[in-house]
Design a protein around this ligand. Structure first.
Ligand code: KDG
Length: 298
């Protein structure tokens, strides 16, 4: 059984110690918003499938190897000989500000297609389909893939979750609004940061989750509105914090938690993620979450 299906582009990621223009050493790892969520869910014991396309290259192998090591199912992911795996460069300036550079135009990941999505559903209908607003910005075929994932998820009775994840280096607010708003007609859970919400325009998504960063999060459902504060932790790197929150929130959905408890789990997962440098490295297991509960109770 698949708990969550997510799809998108996962790239090779270089994380420098300082400004790239000075040269020096950089750590090589992988990054991608949807695979960050997948790793977060897998560490919490959920069955997650990630679908994407990588090149037949060493960076593509690193992506696949990393996801396999994190117990993410990549059975429906594809390797193409026609393009190379994209790259993302993270240049940390402060704990809160990281400059991002992309080398992903025409990448293998941007070749994601509706066939990839259909193949993913052949492996089993997921309880949740999770997509983001990054993928539709990559190419026409990637937009078609996201549209198909939402359609198939909706038809099959999966909960469809959409995180706006606006990336200004990929498109403008206007372009994003035009593409994303029609997609929301079949979405059950909309996730956005406060500044991203206007991109959604007038929509009828029943469950809206707002990420307020260090100020916590809010959820609005037909039954009411709840807000919770974020945990106070020493921040090493906020990259991937939103994805971590989403992993925790969706984990709460899968476990049947009430809206407020879902927010609390999202905040707890995000607290672990920001305490460690890297997008996903600090994501917690269930045992880690218990440590946080113990500390709160002491
Ligand atoms: O959400 C963290 C992301 O910034 C990162 O993993 C890269 O997916 C990414 C993107 O496309 O910017």
């Amino acid at each position: 059984m698949t708990d969550v299906l997510t799809l998108g582009e996962t790239m090779g990621a270089f994380r420098a110690a300082g400004p790239f223009r000075l040269g020096g050493t950089a750590e090589l790892t992988v990054a991608g918003a949807e695979s960050n969520v997948a790793i977060g869910l897998a560490r919490l014991g959920h069955a997650v499938r990630w679908t994407g396309v990588n090149g037949a290259d060493e960076i593509g192998s690193l992506v696949r190897r990393t996801l396999l090591a994190e117990q993410v199912d990549i059975a429906a992911a594809r390797i193409t000989p026609d393009a190379t795996t994209g790259l993302i460069l993270f240049e940390p300036r402060t704990a809160d500000i990281t400059r991002v550079l992309y080398y992903r135009g025409g990448s293998a990941g941007s070749r994601l297609s509706t066939e990839d999505v259909r193949r993913s559903f052949d492996f089993g209908v997921p309880r949740i389909v999770h997509v983001t607003g990054i993928t539709p910005a990559l190419s026409e075929s990637a937009l078609a893939a996201v549209t198909e994932a939402i359609h198939l998820g909706h038809e099959a009775g999966s909960t469809v979750s959409f995180d706006i994840n606006f990336r200004s280096k990929l498109w403008s607010h206007e372009e994003a609004s035009k593409v994303i708003q029609p997609l929301l007609a079949r979405v059950d859970v909309l996730i956005a940061s406060d500044d991203e919400l206007p991109i959604a325009g007038d929509h009828r998504v029943p469950e809206v989750v707002l990420k307020h960063g260090a100020d916590g999060a809010t959820v609005r459902t037909p039954d009411g509105t709840w807000s919770t504060a974020a945990h106070r932790v020493t921040v090493a790197d906020t990259t991937g914090a939103g994805d971590a929150f989403v992993a925790g929130y969706l984990s709460g959905h899968l476990d049947g938690l009430d809206p407020e408890a879902r927010l609390r789990r999202g905040n707890a997962v995000a607290a672990f993620a920001v305490a460690t440098p890297g997008d996903w490295q600090g994501l917690p297991t269930r045992a880690d979450l218990e440590l946080l509960d113990l500390q709160a109770g002491s």
